[in-house]
Design a protein around this ligand. Structure first.
Ligand SMILES: [Mn+2]
Length: 243
């Protein structure tokens, strides 16, 4: 059995299909999706539909991203958050035009069932964005931190590498988990096309919504698999490169 962590998909169904082909996925493989399934390329609703079907044949864990939380709210209330609509939400709404009210209810239930984080038997943490409590995820004040935080990644990325793990200076946040797998902050922000590792944190969001690819990492071997650049799979679209 292999376990893969998969980065932010952002409506790019073609990238997701291509990535799973390249993983040569079998039904003994486990997939842990790090969230942000929607907003960006034109197939948000179709990504959700595909994931629902995939979960019927594979052991899947779906972590909730901030874009998923926005989309969930819209599916529930029919009102879209203004920040969301400006950051890809309009595209997600458009992708639902061909979906019936009944199908949308099935999707709403799928969003509601997403996990805020997952901790495996080896104390690996999987979470969309991060957390802030020095005592670990259970002690954080606000669940929205799990899909909006950027401080975990920024701290880890810029941390002085000379600080030993047993030093008083070493961030307690990082010590609770063997490894921490996140998405949310595209590695393309740092001109990197591959997942990035800093201390025990792995960032798998390789900017599929923008100029990058969709990535998966085998958490045991650290082998990396990627789709083509999403921009090339959707040549007539801008994704989230609109502004
Ligand atoms: Mn995000």
């Amino acid at each position: 059995m292999r376990t893969f962590a998969v980065g932010d998909i952002h409506g790019g169904l073609r990238g997701l299909v291509q990535l799973l082909e390249r993983l040569k996925i079998t039904n003994t493989d486990q997939l842990i999706f790090l969230g942000d399934y929607v907003d960006g390329w034109s197939e948000s609703a179709q990504v959700i539909q595909y994931l629902i079907q995939l979960s019927e044949t594979n052991d899947c864990i779906f972590i909730k991203g901030n874009h998923d939380a926005w989309c969930e709210d819209w599916l529930r209330t029919n009102e879209g958050d203004s920040i969301w609509l400006a950051h890809g939400g309009e595209g997600a709404v458009a992708s639902y035009q061909t979906f019936s009210e009944e199908q949308k209810k099935v999707h709403l239930r799928f969003f509601e069932a997403m996990s805020l984080y997952h901790i495996d038997d080896d104390k690996r943490l999987f979470i969309h964005a991060g957390f802030t409590s020095m005592h670990g995820v259970e002690k954080d004040y606000d669940f929205r931190t799990f899909y909006f935080d950027r401080t975990l990644w920024e701290m880890t990325l810029t941390m002085d590498k000379r600080i030993a793990k047993d030093s008083k200076l070493y961030p307690k946040r990082l010590k609770h988990y063997l490894e921490i797998y996140i998405g949310h902050t595209p590695t393309t922000n740092y001109f990197k096309m591959h997942p990035m590792n800093a201390a025990n944190v792995w960032n798998i969001d390789t900017g599929a919504a923008f100029s990058g690819r969709l990535s998966a990492i085998d958490i045991n071997t650290k082998a990396i698999f990627q789709s083509d650049i999403l921009k090339d799979l959707y040549p007539n679209e801008l994704g989230r490169n609109k502004n």
